[in-house]
Design a protein around this ligand. Sequence first.
Ligand code: THU
Length: 163
Amino acid sequence: MTDKTFTFQYHVLDTIDELPEEDRLLLDEAYLSAEQSYSPYSGYHVGAALRLKDGKVIHGSNQENVAYPDGLCAERVAAFYASANFPDTSFDTIAIIAFSDDFEVDTPVAPCGSCRQALSEYEYKFDEPIRVIMKGKSGNIIVVDSVRSLLPFTFNESKLKKK
Ligand code: THU
């Protein structure tokens, strides 16, 4: 047996002032997205702003449904819109933020497992890391340099290579 360890670096920022201006603006855009969230069931409003390599910003917010599993997270709404409309443009950075009147959102919102898998698809597609900026309504900010850090042992295209 061989024991191995997976580690990754991430950045914790006390305030948004520690971010470069373009990332601060992206968080502002994510907040605007969260305000468009359709989340009558959870009351948890999530917004994503995805900056593409050409600087275009794509908005996504969680879209819920009375048939609960039919809803979709903010991150995938943004990623799928971007890929559907700008299929040749790689992703640079996604900023995610959440707020709620019902819950305290004082820690960064981290993408769920399905969103990590979906985002990682586009990292493999373009072979370029996607930065992830996570923030709650209040509290500190976490930045990771690649979705791959959040999803070790990804199921990726190499698994479906034809012989
Ligand atoms: N949600 C997101 O949109 N993104 C996340 O990263 C976590 C969860 C949504 C799904 C659902 O509409 C609500 O938040 C509560 O889980």
